[in-house]
Write a protein that binds this ligand. Structure first.
Ligand code: DER
Length: 216
């Protein structure tokens, strides 16, 4: 899929991990020459470990291809992302890419977004109470995401940008495009984990037999 000379957006999470490892292998074993724009500190470290040269958005005029996972996908190629906490940078990088390809297994498919999966919101910390009330007006309930117990600092989860994360649960989201806009209109929300009208292709792996289907 990747060609020499390309700049590739490197997603975050357990699925993107395999993509970054494979790009590293192609560079080492098959002479592929690429550069990567990471979407998190974690993906930057993984790329460096795999020998992929790192670029920032300052360094490149365009990104040829961005590859990432997702937490939920509907039939219209709308996504919920950010359960790993990196959706703000993931959306910036994806929006800069000529082609945004999403890789999921079929457990991530849903008839409607929001069913059982919350929408992550990256939030400036002082805005947490105000965001809670505004999300309630949109029909949702929020929870402040806490750091993993193994993280030394404890307390709230802190994003790579130094902000808090709130997870907003809705019964379902009938109009993801308008919800993405509404959530981003709340003062203090940096960005939300709804990705609408941005994914070009979804590759869906079957949990049963490993076959791959394509949503285009
Ligand atoms: O948090 C994120 O945005 C991740 O990219 C997520 O969408 C996919 O993570 P996974 O591949 O570990 O399920």
């Amino acid at each position: 899929m990747a060609r020499s000379g390309w700049v590739i957006g490197l997603g975050t999470g357990s699925t993107a991990y395999y993509a970054v490892e494979e790009l590293g292998r192609l560079m080492r074993e098959e002479g592929l020459l690429i550069a990567g724009v990471p979407t998190s500190h974690a993906s930057e470290m993984l790329a460096r470990t795999n020998g992929i040269p790192i670029k920032t958005l300052d360094d490149v005029e365009r990104i040829d291809l961005a590859i990432d996972g997702a937490d939920q996908v509907d039939g219209g190629k709308n996504l919920i992302k950010g359960l790993g906490g990196a959706h703000t940078r993931e959306k910036i990088v994806a929006s800069f890419a000529d082609l945004f390809v999403v890789v999921v297994d079929d457990s991530k498919l849903a008839s409607r977004l929001g069913l059982g999966v919350p929408v992550p919101l990256e939030v400036i910390s002082l805005a947490v109470p105000a965001v809670t009330r505004r999300v309630q007006k949109l029909g949702g309930q929020t929870r402040l995401r806490m750091a993993h117990p193994a993280q030394a600092h404890g307390g709230p989860f802190i994003t790579d940008q130094g902000n808090f994360l709130m997870d907003a649960s809705f019964d379902e989201i009938p109009d993801p495009r308008s919800m993405e806009r509404e959530l981003n209109l709340i003062p203090g929300v940096v960005d939300n984990g709804l990705f609408t009208q941005i994914a070009a292709t979804i590759l869906v792996g079957s949990g049963k037999d490993g076959s791959v289907s394509i949503i285009e």
